[in-house]
Design a protein around this ligand. Structure first.
Ligand code: ADP
Length: 271
């Protein structure tokens, strides 16, 4: 690590801290938010490093990380907890949000816009000055310890335009925007995560850029850093480069056959 806390590719991440190469000042901003007890919203396309960033920061700050992948059936009880019956007795089981509050952990709600609006409302008293979690079913009111932090992420891609976040929810968070890392950084990430040399990582990143620039096709999302890492891993394990790109970068991006052909042409042109 250098003095700003940035881990360079090729340098081992400190033991137990997941490797994360920052795009900018996000690590310092995260830490400031945590110290000031401010909830954080991380925006960015899928596969750009949001989850890794949170895992990295939780480990750096020495806090347990509790992650919830949000979906449209997620209820408030899934987050807070519920009564369960076992061995003929009823007992209370904390949900992940409650556990994070009790443990002073970092609760990460991935893709929070997927959760129903009535679910996100349970976050409100935790995300203002009160920092409390009322558990209606048990009558308990938990006060969040200073170490607790709520982090949510979402992908502002066009499929989420309608869903969005209610202003009353989003205005409770400080927000950081992440994009795909610039090519030089992405090359180091793909080399490190994919286990390939930097020259091959550079070619994959160049391909990723070309695929992201294909605007005339109706792709919902561009080739993510995650997919570039997948392609690299396949190559590192012995799959031929073109085949790796076909399965990791072409077929995974679209089902439309014309678009598959167009993407495959880009692969042929770049590699
Ligand atoms: P998201 O949560 O935005 O969908 P992830 O955090 O799961 O994306 O990132 C996908 C993968 O890409 C990670 O598992 C990691 O291998 C790699 N990655 C992306 N950005 C970075 C980064 N800045 N540093 C290290 N690895 C990264």
């Amino acid at each position: 690590m250098n003095e700003t806390g940035k881990v360079r590719a090729g340098e081992a991440a400190p033991k137990g801290i997941p490797f994360y190469l920052p795009q900018g000042n996000e690590c310092a901003l995260f830490e400031h938010a945590w110290r000031n007890r401010l909830p954080l919203l991380i925006k960015g396309p899928t596969g750009c490093g949001k989850t890794r960033f949170v895992a990295h920061m939780a480990a750096r700050l020495g806090r347990p990380l509790i992650t919830v992948a949000c979906h449209d059936d997620l209820t408030a009880a899934d987050l807070v907890g519920r009564h369960l019956i076992g061995d003929g007795v009823t007992y209370w089981a904390d949900g992940p949000l409650t556990r994070a509050v009790r443990e002073g952990g970092i609760c990460y709600l991935d893709e929070v816009v997927e959760a129903r609006k009535d679910t996100t409302v349970v976050l409100h008293p935790l995300t203002d000055d009160r920092r409390i979690l009322p558990i209606e079913r048990t009558g308990e009111v938990l006060e969040a310890p200073p170490e607790f932090m709520l982090v949510v992420s979402y992908n502002p891609g066009y499929q989420n335009l309608l869903k969005g976040l209610k202003p009353s929810t989003r205005q409770r968070f400080v927000a950081i925007r992440l994009g795909f890392p610039p090519p030089e950084l992405e090359r180091r990430i793909v080399a490190h995560e994919g286990g390939v040399d930097e020259a091959l990582a550079g070619r994959l990143v160049q391909l990723g850029q070309a695929l992201r620039n294909l605007t005339e096709h109706d792709l919902e999302e561009g080739a993510s850093t995650r997919l570039l890492v997948y392609a690299a891993r396949l190559v590192a394990s012995g799959v031929h480069l073109r085949e790796a790109c076909q399965v990791a970068l072409v077929e995974s991006l679209t089902d439309d056959e014309d678009t598959v052909s167009a993407l495959a042409e880009v692969v042929d042109a770049v590699l």
